[in-house]
Design a protein. Sequence first.
Length: 575
Amino acid sequence: MSQSLAEILVTSGVLTEDQREKAQKVANQTKCQFSEAVIKLGFTKEDDIAVALSKQHGIPYASRENKILKAEKGQSLEKVVPESYARENFLLPLFQDNNVLAVALSDPGNVLVMDNLKLLTGLEIQPFIATKTQIIKAIDEFYSSGSMIDQTLNKQQEDEVEEAPQAGDERLNLDQITADAQGAQAVGVVNAILKQAIQERASDIHIEKFDERIAVRFRIDGTLYERSAPPKQAFNAIVSRLKILSKLDIAERRLPQDGQFSIKVQNRIIDLRVSICPCVFGEKVVMRLLDKGAVDLDINKIGLEPRQRDDIIEAANKPHGLFFMTGPTGSGKTTTLGAILNTIKSPDINIMTIEDPVELKIEGINQVQVRSQIGLTFASALRSFLRQDPDVILVGEVRDQETAQTCLRAALTGHLVISTLHTNDALSCVVRLIDMGIEPFMLANSLQLAAGQRLVRLLCPHCKKPAQVPPDVAANVVKEALLETPPDPAAVVFYESRGCDKCSRTGYSGRKAIYEVYKLNGAMREIIYRYGGDIGRLKAAAEEAGMWNMRASGFRKVLNGLTTIEEVMSVTVAE
C-alpha cells in the first residue's frame, strides 16, 4: 500500500523521486507508515495524503471545504456511534440512509475498524476518507452538545434577530443595530462564547462569517479548534455587541478597528483585546484573552534549565549592557521578560518599560504604553527615559534603526537595556542589529546575553501513555539533549498524547517554554568584533563553553516525560 501510495503522490506531482526515496528510508528506519514519514519531513500535507488515498482505494474524499465532512443532525448518530469509539478510532458518522451508514475515516485500509464498526452499528458501512486533523475538529463540533454555546443557542429561537440589510452603510438603522446588540440573544451568545473560551483555557477567540455559515474557533495551547457557532442571522448583532463592549464605532464596517474591555469571572479579571477587520462576507473578530491570574511570573516555573536561569539572572543584574530575548509572536517572550523584571525589582532600582501594548502590569515598575498616533514611539519614549534616572529599561521590541541605536547609547551610558527581536534563533540578533547599523565593535562591548524561546505543548498528565520509540530515535534524542550524564536510551520511558475529558480530548494541557541562552564570553565578543555576524563561529564558541541550543532544551523535557518528540521537532530546527 505504501509503495502504491508513493507512486500516486509522485505521479500527481506532490512528491519528487528524491523526496519519495528519503521518506521511504525514514519510514523503514522509524518503522512508521510512509504517509506519516512524508508529513513529518514536511514534504506534503495531510490533505494531499488523503486525496491520494482516495484515488488509491476508490473512496470519496470528505473535507470541511467540500462540505461532506459534517455529521447530519437529527438522525441520532451520536447514539449509533458513541463519542468514545469515534475518538479512539478517528472516525465520524456522516449520515444514515436506510441500512447504510456513511462514515469518514482517516485510515480506510484498517479492516479491523471497519468490521468492528459494522458489528457495533449493525449497518452496512459506506466509507469516506478524511484527514485525522479535520476528523478530530468535526468530532469536537458534533459531540459538543453540552457546551455553554450550545446550551445558550438551544434556549433561543434562531429567528429572534434578523440580519441587517447590506444595501449600503448610509442606510443602516443605527437604532435597530443598537437594539439587536443589546438584545437577549446577542448578550447571551457573547457571554457563552467568552465563558466557554475561559473554561477551555483559550488564548484567542476567532468569530468569522463566510458565505453560508459563521465559524467560532478557539486557540488552545497554540492550536485552533472549531466550536459550535450561532446562526448566521445573529452575526451582525454579535459583532455590534462586541463593538459596544470595546467602545468602538458600531456604524463603521469598512475600516479595521481595535479596542479592549475587561470581564470578571470567578473573582479573576480578564482583559480582552479586540481586533475587527472587514472581510468579503462580513467583519472578522479576533479577541486575545489576557488572564492575569493564570500568568505565574516566577522565573523558576517558566521552563528554564538551572544553568539557563542562573545565566539570565546574572545578566539581568548587570549594571549596564544589552540583553535580547528573541522568538516569533506568541512564543511567550512577554511572560519571560515579566518574570525577569519581577525577579530583579526592588525599591533601590528604577525600572521603566515602553511596550506595545502593556500586557502584564507589574507592581513597582513604571510601564508606558506606545501611542504612535500622538508621537509616543519606542524611540521617543527611550529618549525621555534617559532623563528619568533609570537603572533598567525594557523596550518591548526593537523595530527600526533609531530604536536600536538609542538602545545602544543607553547601554553604553550606564543602563541595562532589555528588549526583544523577531529572529529565528538567539544569535541571529547579532546579524539583525548589525544590519540595523550598529557597529560590530560597539555591539561586542555592550551585548551581555542573547536568548531565544519557543512554546511546546505539555502532555496531559491524566491521559498520557507510554510510546513505542525505535531504539535509534531514542538514542538520537538522548544524544541531542547534550546532558552531562546522559541516561541509557533503553531505560528512558517516552510518552505520547491520548486525550480525555480533562484536556478537552486534545491530549495536551498547557504549554511551557524551551530556551536557548547564550551568555557572551570573551571568545564570542572577539568573533563579533572581528567577523561581525558569523553565526557559525558564534555557535561553535558557545558550544565549546558548554551552552546548548533550543532543540537540546526541548529534548530534555521529552526525557522528563513532559512533552513528545514530535512536539519539540515541530517548533525547533536541527543544527
